[in-house]
Design a protein. Structure first.
Length: 210
């Protein structure tokens, strides 16, 4: 449950008028090139027989720069980081002092991060996802993204938008675990540098290359 659900991320474009979910997603992908937001995440594991579902919450900050650079910094209840520098995806568990490094090209194809951060337009996303507009719910416009890869670790990602703002990601993985991410205090298109997404393993950390 403490492992990362690569997901994550969010953005807004307040000047965009409300449109259908697919149109709003396309405008978001095309116009929001960088962003920063606070996030909360609630992960619900499938209930075992005779037991209630296990629920865990976390929170932190998120930043991104298209294409392929982003970072999730988990602050509560445990300090953890996900950093994508354009070449390598770094996962850092502070308590374990352990770093896992993986090539981005091998892991980001059909993921929530790719869905909202990597592509320059919705046409690129359609190579990896089946995108369908859902009915409005909870004051949000929705897009359901279903990975095309049969061996994907995800079943689906529901993207909730409001007036061009990416508000919520609801992720269902292949094991039935649900992860809901909600983004607030988003700042769009703030200038950033590639160095803002660099990661160096701390001294003494156990580094695992995959």
């Amino acid at each position: 449950m403490r492992r990362f659900v690569i997901a994550s991320f969010a953005a807004t474009c307040a000047c965009v008028a409300a449109a259908g979910g697919l149109e709003s997603l396309e405008v978001f992908v095309k116009t929001v090139k960088t962003g920063r937001a606070d996030f909360t995440q609630v992960v619900t594991a499938p209930a075992r027989e005779g037991q209630t579902p296990r629920v865990k919450s976390s929170s932190g900050t998120f930043e991104f720069s298209r294409p392929n650079r982003f970072k999730f910094i988990y602050k509560k209840p445990f300090e953890q980081s996900i950093v994508a520098d354009g070449q390598t995806l770094w996962l850092f568990d502070v308590d374990l002092n352990q770093v896992t490094a993986r090539k981005q090209s091998q892991v980001l194809g059909s993921t929530p991060a790719a869905l909202v951060a990597s592509a320059s337009d919705v046409g690129v996303l359609r190579a990896d996802f089946l995108l369908t507009a859902g009915p409005d719910k909870d004051g949000l416009e929705w897009v359901l993204a279903t990975p095309k890869a049969k061996d994907s670790s995800l079943q689906s990602v529901a993207v909730g938008l409001r007036a061009g703002e990416l508000v919520t990601l609801e992720i269902l993985d292949s094991f039935g675990q649900k992860s809901s991410l909600h983004f607030t205090a988003f700042v769009a298109n703030k200038p950033v540098q590639a160095s803002d997404f660099e990661f160096k393993p701390p001294p003494g950390a156990d580094v695992i290359q995959q």
